[in-house]
Design a protein around this ligand. Structure first.
Ligand SMILES: [Ca+2]
Ligand SMILES: [Ca+2]
Length: 169
C-alpha cells in the first residue's frame, strides 16, 4: 500500500515472494474491518496468498480459489460480493449466483448502483444483473469519472474491475 501523493510505502508484505500475480482484488468484503480489503496470490512457482485489511493487518494466508477474484456490488448492502471463477459469493458466506462463461467485465451498465457481470461464451455475450431490491438509492456508478475510465479500460486487454474515485476533500 503506497501513498499516492508521495510514493511512500505505508504497509506491505515483508517476507520473500516468488511471483506475485499482477492482478488481485481490492474491495470492502469483510464488515469486521473498516475499508477495503486487499487480496493477492503468487503464480509461477509460488504458493503464498495474502489477504490484508485496509490498514495492513494480515487476515488470511489462504487461497481464495482464484488469483483474480472480482469484487462486485450485487446485493443491496455496502459490501462487495466476490466473483470467483463462476461463483458469486459473499465473503465467508453463501453463494448468490452461478454464472457461465468467462467473466469479461464487471460494471454498472444498467444504471442503479449495483454492478452487472458480463460473461463470454462461444457465440454469446451474457449480462447478469441482480434481482435483489435495494432500499437505498445511489447515483449510478458511471457518473463517477474514475469508474467510467475503469470501465473503458476493461475493453483494452487485461480486465481490472473498475473502482469509483473519491471526491477530494
Ligand atoms: Ca472491510
Ligand atoms: Ca453487497
Amino acid at each position: 500500500m503506497v501513498d499516492a501523493a508521495t510514493g511512500e510505502i505505508i504497509w506491505g508484505f515483508k517476507g520473500k515472494t516468488t511471483h506475485v500475480h499482477s492482478q488481485g482484488m481490492v474491495g470492502d468484503i469483510d464488515p469486521e474491518y473498516p475499508g477495503m480489503e486487499c487480496y493477492a496470490g503468487e503464480a509461477k512457482g509460488g504458493d503464498q496468498y495474502f489477504l490484508y485489511s485496509a490498514v495492513g493487518k494480515r487476515l488470511s494466508d489462504k487461497d481464495m480459489g482464484s488469483l483474480t477474484p472480482r469484487p462486485v456490488w450485487w446485493d443491496a448492502d455496502d459490501l462487495k460480493e466476490i466473483s470467483i471463477n463462476n461463483d458469486l459469493i459473499k465473503y465467508k458466506g453463501d453463494t448468490l449466483l452461478k454464472t457461465e462463461g468467462k467473466v469479461v467485465l464487471v460494471a454498472d451498465l444498467i444504471g442503479d448502483w449495483r454492478e452487472e457481470i458480463v460473461t463470454s461464451l462461444p457465440g454469446e455475450l451474457r449480462i447478469y444483473s441482480t434481482n435483489i431490491p435495494a432500499e437505498v438509492s445511489k447515483v449510478c456508478l458511471v457518473q463517477n469519472r474514475q469508474y467510467r475510465l475503469g470501465v473503458a479500460n476493461a475493453s483494452m486487454g487485461y480486465f481490472y474491475p473498475p473502482q469509483p474515485g473519491i471526491a477530494k476533500k
